[in-house]
Design a protein around this ligand. Structure first.
Ligand code: NDP
Length: 410
């Protein structure tokens, strides 16, 4: 396998700065009075970029989720076998955190707490998340040199910039049970995204006097995506992020800053740019979302179950390819249609989140565009890892399951 991914150290160096700039760019170009890539926007006053109140709110949010994570709520699950033969234990209580936060939010609304603070301080909150994730990444990089740290294959090249970005240590932990990667992947950012959406919905109500169908769809769809992810939280333990990637700037920034502050763009757009969605269009969009969800859930559920218990009655009947590595690859069911049916479902859902914003601006389509690039790149990365893991068996598998994502297209 090549030594470097993501275009190597130079590319990665520019990404470290380019990714936060993109968050700011989306805010500046998709502003209150205009949301277009064709108009040169005016920059917000410098004071809008940072304030201590937003920083405190962000840190409290992180601490609040950390406390739930280390609480006895939920159960403990075992991760996949590591290189050294051990299996780590993970606390699974994301759904509890989600439920508790809903109760907290409902209470805040009941007591007229000004949650539109999030809309008014969106930029400052984004800056706080960028600062926080950068500091966390520096800590992770330094911590990875501590005695006994199990290093990720890809993030241990010796190039400081590259390793800082990719992540040196595979499963950095505080104490025995606080898994920083799993926590950041599933909690402050993902749950934060849903609650940012809710705050934007409240702001729309304050400004427009009603909640639009489009806003309702965006918030419901994205709520459902996160609810599903947390309900099946254990499935994260078989994903590439947990099994293969180190925990560095790429994931820390992605989880804590990028996800909440770029994925909530559609809801932010709708606050300032109302869309009158006809019912037939809403019905078509719901149809796309449902089809996408069925594909996404079906494929992810099938793989997760198959990896955990290949003899389970729901997957036992599937045709498989035995590999020399010892594990089997499914060649029928969802995974017989193409090599990444879960990505296809995810992409259909991504499209259904942008469509409620109509066609007056291209910027609400940022997510689905970026996500297509991300998943094609991810699919190529995964394929490279699988070829390294499975050798000739992977070529055999590719001959049987020919299509990467869309049969007869790609
Ligand atoms: P997958 O969950 O698809 O895992 C890929 C691994 O599955 C492979 O490395 C291989 O590992 C195993 N596998 C591949 N083919 C088969 C087969 N035929 N039979 C059995 N096992 C197989 O990858 P990701 O971690 O990339 O994605 C997980 C989910 O997260 C996806 O739904 C994706 O869309 C979503 N996602 C969402 C993001 C977002 O920002 N919203 C970002 C990234 C991902 P092995 O054989 O070693 O088990």
């Amino acid at each position: 396998m090549g030594r470097y991914e993501f275009g190597g150290p130079v590319n990665v160096f520019f990404m470290i700065f380019g990714l936060p700039v993109t968050i700011y760019g989306l805010y500046v170009f998709c502003a209150r009075d205009s949301c277009s890539v064709m108009t040169i926007p005016s920059l917000p006053p410098i004071g809008e970029f940072f304030n201590w109140k937003a920083m405190v709110v962000y840190v409290l949010w992180f601490v609040y989720h950390s406390l739930i994570y280390i609480s006895p709520l939920g159960y403990t699950a075992k991760g996949m076998k590591l290189k050294d033969g051990s299996r780590l234990e993970y606390r699974m209580n994301g759904i509890h955190a989600f439920l508790l936060t809903h109760i907290l939010f409902a209470t805040a609304i009941y007591f007229d707490t000004p949650v539109s603070f999030v809309y008014d301080n969106y930029l400052a909150l984004a800056t706080s998340s960028i600062i926080f994730s950068t500091i966390l990444s520096l800590y992770l990089y330094l911590k990875s040199f501590s005695h006994g740290a199990l290093l990720a294959e890809g993030g241990n090249t010796g190039n400081v910039v590259y390793d800082f970005f990719i992540g040196r240590e595979l499963n950095p932990r505080v104490g025995k049970m606080f898994d920083l990667k799993l926590f950041c992947e599933m909690r402050p950012g993902l749950v934060g995204w849903v609650f940012i959406n809710y705050c934007l919905l409240v702001k729309e109500y304050e400004l427009q006097g009603n909640v639009s169908v489009s806003m309702g769809l965006v918030c419901t769809f994205q709520f459902w995506y996160i609810f599903d992810g947390l309900w099946y939280e254990e499935a994260i333990l078989t994903t590439m992020d947990v099994v293969h990637d180190g925990f560095g700037y790429m994931l820390a920034f992605g989880d804590l800053a990028w996800v909440p502050f770029t994925y909530s763009l559609q809801a932010r757009y709708l606050v300032d740019h109302p869309v009158n969605l006809p019912m037939w269009a809403a019905a078509v969009i719901v149809g796309i979302k449902l089809l996408g969800y069925m594909t996404f859930r079906g494929a992810n559920g099938q793989k997760d179950l198959f990896r955990r218990d290949p003899n389970h009655p729901s997957v036992k009947h599937l045709e498989t390819l035995q590999t020399n590595r010892g594990t089997k690859l499914m060649i029928s069911g969802w995974w017989g249609i193409c090599r990444h049916p879960n990505y296809v479902g995810d992409l259909m859902m991504a499209l259904s989140w942008s469509l409620p914003c109509g066609f007056n601006s291209i910027l609400p389509y940022f997510y689905v565009t970026y996500f297509t690039i991300l998943l094609i790149h991810r699919q190529l990365r995964d394929e490279k890892h699988c070829r390294a893991k499975y050798g000739h068996d992977w070529d055999k598998y590719c001959k049987i399951v020919k299509w990467r994502l869309i049969p007869y297209v790609y």
